[in-house]
Design a protein around this ligand. Structure first.
Ligand SMILES: C[S@@+](CC[C@H](N)C(=O)[O-])C[C@H]1O[C@@H](n2cnc3c(N)ncnc32)[C@H](O)[C@@H]1O
Length: 350
C-alpha cells in the first residue's frame, strides 16, 4: 500500500495551540497541515510512519495515519481497500465542540457516529470485526465525523495499530454521564480514564486516592469492589464515607493533607493510585513519588491528574514528564478525556 502522508489527531478545541506546540517540539518530522475544530492533521515531512507509531502528545485523545477524506460508506471502503487483508476494527466517532461536555446534550453525543457506523458496516459485508475492545497489534480504522450539532462537513478516514498509547474505545473514549448519586463530576473523569486505559480494577483491590473529597472518583472505584483509602483534609460525602460494597469493600478517610499520612494508616501493598489534588503538579508529584514508593511494588496502575492552569504549566510539561518517567512504570501515557477541562492525565502501567 502507498505510505501515508498525514497524521490525524483528535483533541479538545481549547488545546489546539498546546497540541501544535508539543508536536513541533517532540516530533520534528510532523508539520501542522490543517485543522477542523477538534481535529488536527500533520504532514509527515521526513521518512515514513507505520500504523504502530506513537505520537508524543499529552493532548491527543485519538490519533493515527490518515487515509484521506470520504463522504459516503462506499468512499470509506475504497480507502480501506488499501489496508492489509487482515481483521480490522471500525471506530467511528465525533469531533468535540467548544462546549464543556457537562453542558452538552448527552443524548445527542454519538448519534451521528452511530448512523455512519451502521452505514459503513452495512455496505462493507463483514469487512470489519464485530465491536469489541481491540487486542494489541490489531488494526483499527478510524472515521472522524462532525459533532451532531454541526453540519456534516465530510469524514476523515484514518487507521492505527492498537497499542496501550491508544484508548480502547472509538475516539479513545466517549463522555460518560454521571449517575445521579455521584457526589461530584470527578466520577466522570475517572470513569473515562479507567475506560480509556482499560484498567481493570477488581473486587478486593486496594486503592489510594490523594485528593478524594467529596468522592466522585472514590465512588467509581468502590463500585468496582475496591477498598479506597481517600486522603483529603476536606469533607467526604456521607454516602462515600458510609459505603459498604457487595464485596464488603469500604472507604477509609484519611482526613488530613497527604504529607501527614503515616505508612501504618494504609495497606502495605496496594494496586491503584489516583491523584486529583488542586495543587501545582510539581508539588503533587512529591506526594505521588512517596505513595508510589509506599505501595512496595504492588501497583498495577496509576492515574495522575495534572492541572494546566496557565502557559507556565504547559512549558513545565517536559520536566513533569521526566519526573513521572522515573516512577518505575512500564509505560506512561498522557491524554485528555472528554470531562477534563484545564487538565490532562498521566496514566501509568506498572
Ligand atoms: C478536584 S478536588 C478532588 C475531587 C475528588 N477526586 C472527587 O472525586 O470528588 C481536589 C481536592 O484536593 C484536595 N487537596 C488539596 N491539597 C491536598 C493535600 N495536600 N493533600 C490531600 N488533598 C489535598 C482538596 O481538599 C480537594 O478536595
Amino acid at each position: 500500500m502507498a505510505s501515508a502522508a498525514f497524521v490525524f489527531v483528535t483533541h479538545q478545541i481549547a488545546m489546539t495551540r498546546w497540541l501544535k506546540a508539543e508536536v513541533r517540539e517532540r516530533a520534528s518530522s510532523l508539520h501542522f497541515a490543517f485543522a477542523r475544530p477538534g481535529l488536527s492533521t500533520f504532514k509527515i515531512s521526513e521518512g515514513t510512519l507505520g500504523p504502530e507509531f506513537e505520537l508524543p502528545s499529552s493532548f491527543a485523545r485519538a490519533y493515527g495515519l490518515s487515509l484521506g477524506r470520504a463522504s459516503s460508506a462506499a468512499e470509506v471502503l475504497a480507502l480501506v481497500a488499501q489496508l492489509p487483508d487482515e481483521p480490522i476494527h471500525l471506530h467511528v466517532f465525533e469531533r468535540e465542540i467548544d462546549v464543556p461536555v457537562d453542558e452538552q446534550d448527552f443524548a445527542l453525543r454519538q448519534t451521528r457516529a452511530t448512523v455512519v457506523d451502521a452505514s459503513i458496516r452495512n455496505e462493507s459485508r463483514d469487512r470489519f470485526l464485530a465491536p469489541r475492545i481491540p487486542a494489541l497489534g490489531e488494526l483499527v480504522v478510524d472515521v472522524v465525523v462532525a459533532h451532531p450539532t454541526q453540519p456534516d462537513d465530510g469524514w476523515l478516514v484514518g487507521y492505527h495499530r492498537h497499542h496501550p498509547g491508544h484508548g480502547v474505545w472509538p475516539g479513545g473514549v466517549n463522555h460518560v454521564s454521571p449517575p445521579p448519586e455521584s457526589p461530584s463530576r470527578a466520577w466522570c473523569k475517572i470513569e473515562e480514564v479507567l475506560r480509556w486505559a482499560d484498567f481493570s480494577v477488581q473486587p478486593g483491590d486496594d486503592a489510594i486516592e490523594i485528593g478524594s473529597a467529596p468522592g466522585g472518583a472514590s465512588y467509581a472505584l468502590l463500585c468496582r469492589g475496591a477498598n479506597v483509602y481517600g486522603i483529603d483534609p476536606g469533607m467526604m460525602d456521607p454516602r462515600i464515607q458510609n459505603y459498604v460494597g457487595a464485596a464488603g469493600n469500604r472507604f477509609v478517610h484519611l482526613h488530613k493533607p497527604a504529607a501527614e499520612v503515616q505508612k501504618n494508616e494504609i495497606p502495605r501493598r496496594y494496586q491503584w493510585l489516583l491523584c486529583d489534588v488542586n495543587l501545582a503538579p510539581m508539588i503533587a508529584l512529591r506526594y505521588i513519588e512517596r505513595f508510589v514508593a509506599l505501595a512496595h511494588g504492588g501497583l498495577r496502575g496509576a492515574a495522575l491528574t495534572l492541572k494546566l492552569n496557565d502557559d507556565g504549566v504547559a512549558a513545565a510539561l517536559p520536566s513533569l514528564r521526566s519526573r513521572i518517567s522515573k516512577l518505575g512504570a512500564k509505560r506512561v501515557e498522557y491524554t485528555q478525556v472528554p470531562s477534563h477541562r484545564s487538565e490532562i492525565v498521566a496514566i501509568l502501567r506498572f
